[in-house]
Design a binder for this molecule. Structure first.
Ligand SMILES: [Zn+2]
Length: 392
């Protein structure tokens, strides 16, 4: 718990590059004292985005941290993933952990997912002390930008996935009683920049092109897609910026939105309809609109291979008197990408807690030991059972 309190005190908001790297350092020190493995950091490319003024910007992110253990006698290769960053940047009011009672610690990142990282590393530490350790080759990837969509670390995850048989991700469980994520929605972030034509609002209004009203039309059409027909697509218009003097027709409006969808068919349908709406707006007189961004995470339906991995988890959970329950969730994570890269993936092996992404985030402390045991016995089970997922 002391380790978790110390880690929670390190601000590692996705935009706080030095904070994320400091978090990686703290984990390095922790690992060096406990687990024999290769440790390295990998610098990430900057994330390209469009600002609310419509200009290209690039955002730096911290380094990814990689831990690796090879084994000549391994019959299975496992990728374990987590993220160093949190949603709380340096300016956020929520910076310090507070012990609420014996079993509850409130603090930034305690559940999402510094507690999960602690579970992952503790399970590896236990596993590496057993004779079965030689049967598994593993790699840990801790990304610096999961909370902003893993745009910088996506490539690292994709190239690593090719060499591994399955992925274990340490996001918190879906509910306080430990439910695992079954299917996850996919997600995407888009920016629309609308240019109009600025004229005097009194003298030559008819010659203008109002970027705000054009953007509003696009927003209304996009909003109409929510829960359309039998689809479960949602579009959240989250940011908008435009302003000029009241006697001038505005020549620029920028807005941003997030989309969620259940499967590839829905994302394909969605892309076509977004493109259609943008071309409708482009057909308006004196208006030009451009679409930026795209889908960041594919949907994660429950695949037969992931189901097989859940069966393994259920088997070992019985030894610990734990009942494994699954539930769909609209949230997404690196697990979406890892499964899309071909790996059977369980992505809620982290701790139990609640109120993540808010200043009331807390962890149920006994879940640290409970989840460490669960992961340790899962690793032992996979080490002991050949030919389940192996490519070695
Ligand atoms: Zn997370």
């Amino acid at each position: 718990v002391e380790t978790l309190i110390a880690w929670s005190k390190i601000n590692s908001g996705s935009s706080n590059v030095s904070g994320v790297n400091k978090m990686a350092d703290a984990i390095c020190q922790y690992v060096k004292a406990r687990i024999g493995c290769k440790i390295k950091t990998v610098a990430m490319l900057k994330v390209q985005d469009i600002s609310l003024t419509g200009n290209p910007i690039s955002k730096p992110v911290g380094d990814a941290l990689i831990l690796e253990k090879h084994s000549q006698t391994a019959h299975i290769k496992i990728l374990l993933c987590g993220h160093l960053d949190t949603v709380f940047d340096k300016e956020h009011e929520f910076q310090h952990p507070t012990k609420i009672d014996e079993d509850t610690l409130q603090g930034p990142g305690v559940t999402d997912m510094k507690g999960g990282i602690l579970v992952m590393l503790s399970a590896l530490e236990i596993f590496e002390k057993t004779p079965l350790a030689k049967n598994i080759a593993w790699k840990v990837i801790l990304t610096p930008d999961e909370e902003i969509g893993s745009l910088a670390s996506r490539e690292l995850l994709e190239t690593s996935a090719k060499d591994y048989d399955l992925a274990l991700v340490y996001e918190p469980s879906v509910t306080t009683d430990g439910v695992f994520a079954k299917a996850r929605n996919g997600s995407g972030n888009f920016t629309v920049v609308v240019h109009g034509k600025s004229v005097h609002a009194g003298r030559e209004f008819h010659k203008g092109g109002n970027a705000i009203t054009a953007a509003s039309q696009a927003i209304t059409q996009l909003n109409a897609i929510n829960y359309l027909d039998d689809k479960q697509i949602t579009i959240n218009i989250a940011q908008i910026q435009a302003a000029t003097a009241l006697n001038i027709v505005p020549d620029k409006a920028v807005f941003k939105f997030n989309v969620r969808f259940r499967n590839d068919e829905e994302s394909l349908w969605l892309q076509q309809h977004i493109d259609e709406i943008i071309s409708n707006i482009n057909a308006l007189p004196n208006i030009s609109a451009s679409l930026h961004g795209g889908f960041t995470r594919p949907a994660k339906p429950l695949t037969p291979n992931t189901e097989k991995l859940f069966e393994c988890l259920k088997t070992v959970a019985k030894q610990l008197n734990l009942d494994i329950k699954l539930q769909d969730t609209g949230g997404c994570c690196d697990g979406n990408n890892l499964q899309a890269y071909g790996l059977p993936t369980i992505d809620t092996l982290g701790v139990r807690g609640a109120n993540i992404h808010s200043n009331k985030e807390y962890i149920i402390l006994p879940s640290l030991i409970e989840r460490t045991k669960l992961s340790a016995v899962l690793l032992l089970y996979l080490a002991n059972n050949k030919n389940m997922f192996n490519s070695c």
